[in-house]
Each structure stands twice: as structure tokens, then as C-alpha cells.
Write a protein that binds this ligand. Structure first.
Ligand code: PMP
Length: 489
């Protein structure tokens, strides 16, 4: 066996459990010991092979160990270039910056500055917050429900799970769990109006902020794509009030959503973009790019030892160029649409699949408790094996399934015209689907409210055959958890 043995595999997992922190995350749900990886495939120390749709939490645009990435890394190693350079100029960094600027949305590209940050998305978020505070002289930040921006103090504060907040929280539009109970364009319009009124009401309790930060598709938040019209509204609202708009493209960037940068779907040009994950070609790298007139912070305003990772820059340059030259954003759009279509069949077959949503190759399948009351929210319900009961859902034009009919008064308030009364989240079912996927050799991620959304983030290089294999395994896993398709399916 190339990587080891079943005994070695178990020994490593046992020692990990004994020695590593209680705060460890992925390792708990995914008891695998990767020893080799290529493209979509990971091979474990036990000799098992897995299709990896976690992709380093959305990092691997080209999958594991893509030849162009390996070649770029080898070239730096063989050249004798220094591996650690602080923020000094190097040919490797120069090439990375040139390629990065080449990809930026028009409107930002011509006037862009780049700040190399410490090697994590969260550090780049901190840099963005500092930048807009320095540029505006203001302190407050506008952020959104369900947001995820990282784990350092400022980024955490801007995230939806924050408990100690100095940011003003605004509603992020979403169909299935629309805070206004209507979803669709109407829900997004109401969300935008709330934001506008907060900004313009002198008694809103929210002083003019230093910036607004948002994700064009919330990833950790449960794969929630922002409607393009809403994003344009946020751009117009902030621009008219001289509030810098920070778009966090840490997870959505480099083709993932079907455009090179997710803001391009809406034609929005942000003032600041936060970039990490895929830009390092699987190695750690994080930057912010922003319009030059914001560049008024002093030297050292955002420093850090590890801002010069030459291997990551070389791997990143190769990845950015490969995605651009091979039209992988377009491929993500096309394949993602097909995968979403097939997954929506799954939603029609199983009452425990509440909604299937996504953009490009950022896909989410929300598990709900089919026995739960629509409009209820009980993350503790939804035990495995309770998924197959028929319900009264209707199908929408775009293939989504919905509960309820028409605008009706319920004990819990208004149900929207499209009947937006989602069933309660089902974290137990989502965890069971993740386990069943793993048993079938498929690695998926969980996210969203109560970790009840199964997430797929396959590499943009995934083939049609591999995509079919992924969907087959996921469908089998849902069937196993559901105990069979729902009646009438
Ligand atoms: N922003 C977004 C949108 C993210 O998805 C993440 C990570 N999942 C981060 C920021 C934080 O990045 P990191 O984990 O590298 O600090």
C-alpha cells in the first residue's frame, strides 16, 4: 500500500485525537489520513480513495497537485530564489502581481493597489477594515447576517456568529429562509430598503460607517448567492454616501462561481477586494486589492513577517493564469448549472432536502426536518431515517421546491406569495449525509445555519464523469439517510 497501512492510519488518527486541540474542526467529521492527492482524488493511509469536494475549504481551483502548480513550485525551488522575503520586491512577486491585476474587474484594475497580508483570509479582512478606517476616519462597519470573514478579532466581529459587536448587522437576502418571509426579488428589495433606511435615518443608531463588507455568495453561511440586483443596490447605496464597499472574495474568487470574480455577475466594482484561498494555488497567500485613492494609511499600518511566500506566489500565478487561459470560470458556470439541475431532482424526490442552491461550482443542499412544522426552526430535530415522508411542496419555475401556497396568515406571521415557510433545519440529517458520503468515498463540507447545508466545492477541473460520480454518491447517501425516496417521487 503506497501510503501506509490500516494500522498506521488508525494510529495516526488515535494520536491526533490524543494530542491535538479540542478546537480542531474538519478532522472530527472526516477521519481520513491523506497521503497522496491528485486533482479531485485523495488517497488515504488506509489505501482508500476519495473524491474531494471540500477542496481545502474551496482553495483548490485546480484540484490537488495540478501539474502547472507543481511545475511552478519546482521552478522556484530549483532557481535558488530565497523562500522568505518579507515584503521585498522579487521577480516571483512581480509576476504574481502582474497576473493578478490582469484578472481584476475593469474599473478596479487600472487604479489598483495591492497589499500583501499575512497568509490567511482573516488577516486580509483585518487589513481591509483597517484600510477603510484609515481612509474615512470613521470606525463603524456594516456587515451581514450569516456572514463569515474569519477568526481574528475584527473578522470575527464582522461575521454572523459574533457575540460582542461594534458592527451594525444588516439582512442578507436569501430565498429559503428569507427574514421577511417572502424570498425572491421582493425579499432582496426589502433587505436593501432596510439597509437604506438604516443609513439615512438620523436616529437609526448607526453612525456613518467606515465601510460595508459582504460576500457575493455566502459560503460558510450556507451557500447563499446574493441577487445581482441587490449587490448593485449595495454598490449604489454605499457609493452615494462615500462608504467604501469591501467585497470578500476569499471563497468566491478565481472562477469558482462562474465568473473570474463573483462581483462580475452583477457588474459591481468594489472599492476593496479581499482575496485568499485559490489565489495561492493551494499554498497560503492573502492580499487586498483596492482603489488607489484609499491608499492613505501609513507605512507599517498592516505588517507581518510572512507576507513574502514565494512558493505560494508562484503556485498562485500559475493557477490564476491557468484558470484565465482555459476559461475555467465559464466551465464552472456551465457544469455548476447542470449539477444544480440534477440536484434539484433530488430535492423533488426527498422531503428532507429543503433547498438546492448555488452559483457555479459553489453548491449547497439544505437538509430539513420533513416532520417539522413549516416556519419552525429546531436544529435538534431531524434525526436520520425520518426523511421520506411526503409533504405538500410545490415546484417553482427554476426547479426549487417550496412549502405552502399563497400569501396566508399563519400562527407565525405571513407566508410569502411563493410560500416561504421553510421546514426546520436538520443538522443530524446533514451530518448523517456527510458520513454516508464518506462511506461511499466522497468528501463534502457542512455549513449554513446549524451546519445543515451539505456543501460541494469541487475543483474547476472536475470532469463530467467525475461530476456524475460525485452526484451518484451524494444521491445514494441521501437515499440511505432518507430510507428511500418519498412517496410519489
Ligand atoms: N472570508 C471568507 C468568505 C471565507 O470563506 C473564509 C474562510 N472560509 C475567510 C474569509 C477566512 O479565511 P481564512 O480561513 O484563510 O482565515
Amino acid at each position: 500500500m503506497p501510503g501506509g497501512t490500516r494500522g498506521a492510519h488508525e494510529g495516526i488518527l488515535r494520536r491526533q485525537a490524543a494530542r491535538e486541540s479540542a478546537a480542531r474542526t474538519y478532522a472530527r467529521a472526516l477521519p481520513i489520513v491523506p497521503v497522496r492527492a491528485r486533482g479531485l482524488t485523495i488517497e488515504g493511509a488506509d489505501g482508500r480513495r476519495y473524491l474531494d469536494c471540500l477542496s481545502g475549504a474551496g482553495t483548490l481551483a485546480l484540484g490537488h497537485n495540478h501539474p502547472v502548480v507543481l511545475e511552478a513550485v519546482r521552478r522556484v525551488l530549483d532557481s535558488g530564489a530565497p523562500l522568505n522575503c518579507l515584503d521585498l520586491a522579487t521577480p516571483v512577486k512581480d509576476a504574481f502581481t502582474t497576473e493578478l491585476f490582469r484578472t481584476l474587474p475593469p474599473g478596479l484594475a487600472e487604479r489598483a493597489r495591492v497589499q500583501f497580508c499575512g497568509p490567511a483570509g482573516t488577516d486580509a479582512v483585518e487589513a481591509a477594515l483597517k484600510l477603510v478606517r484609515a481612509a474615512t476616519g470613521r470606525t463603524g462597519i456594516l456587515a451581514f447576517t450569516g456572514a463569515y470573514h474569519g477568526q481574528t478579532a475584527g473578522a470575527l466581529e464582522a461575521s454572523g456568529g459574533a457575540s460582542d459587536v461594534r458592527v451594525a448587522r444588516l439582512p442578507y437576502p436569501q430565498d429559503y429562509r428569507c427574514p421577511f418571509g417572502v424570498g425572491g426579488a421582493r425579499g432582496a428589495e426589502l433587505a436593501a430598503r432596510w439597509t437604506e433606511s438604516l443609513l439615512d435615518d438620523p436616529k437609526s443608531g448607526v453612525p456613518r460607517p467606515a465601510g460595508m463588507i459582504l460576500e457575493p455568495v455566502q459560503g460558510e453561511g450556507g451557500v447563499l448567492p446574493a441577487p445581482d440586483a441587490w449587490l448593485r443596490r449595495m454598490r449604489a447605496l454605499t457609493e452615494a454616501r462615500s462608504i467604501p464597499l469591501i467585497v470578500d472574495e476569499v471563497q468566491t474568487g478565481v472562477g469558482r462561481t462562474g465568473r473570474y470574480w463573483a462581483v462580475e455577475h452583477s457588474g459591481t466594482v468594489p472599492d476593496v477586494m479581499v482575496l485568499s484561498k485559490a489565489i495561492g494555488g493551494s499554498l497560503p497567500l492573502a492580499v487586498i486589492v483596492y482603489r488607489d485613492d484609499l491608499d492613505v494609511w501609513p507605512p507599517g499600518a498592516h505588517a507581518g513577517t510572512f507576507r513574502g511566500n514565494q512558493l505560494a506566489m508562484a503556485a498562485g500565478t500559475a493557477t490564476l493564469a491557468y484558470v484565465r487561459e482555459n476559461g475555467l470560470a465559464g466551465r464552472a458556470a456551465e457544469l455548476g448549472e447542470r449539477m444544480l439541475g440534477q440536484l434539484r431532482e433530488l430535492a423533488r424526490s426527498y422531503a428532507c432536502v429543503g433547498e438546492v442552491r448555488g452559483r457555479g461550482l459553489m453548491i449547497g443542499v439544505e437538509l430539513v426536518d420533513p416532520a417539522g412544522e413549516p416556519g419552525g426552526r429546531d436544529g435538534e430535530r431531524g434525526k436520520p431515517g425520518t426523511c421520506a415522508s411526503p409533504d405538500g411542496r410545490t415546484e417553482t419555475d427554476d426547479g426549487r421546491t417550496e412549502t405552502g401556497h399563497g400569501l396566508t396568515e399563519t400562527g407565525r406571521g405571513l407566508t410569502g406569495a411563493a410560500g416561504h415557510e421553510p421546514r426546520p433545519t436538520a443538522p443530524h440529517l446533514a451530518a448523517a449525509v456527510q458520513r454516508e458520503c464518506l462511506r461511499r468515498g466522497l468528501i463534502v463540507e457542512l455549513g449554513g445555519r446549524d451546519a445543515s447545508v451539505v456543501r460541494l466545492l469541487p475543483p474547476l477541473t472536475i470532469t463530467d464523469e467525475q461530476a456524475s460520480a460525485v452526484l451518484d454518491r451524494l444521491a445514494d447517501a441521501v437515499a440511505a439517510v432518507a430510507g428511500g425516496p418519498r412517496a410519489g417521487a
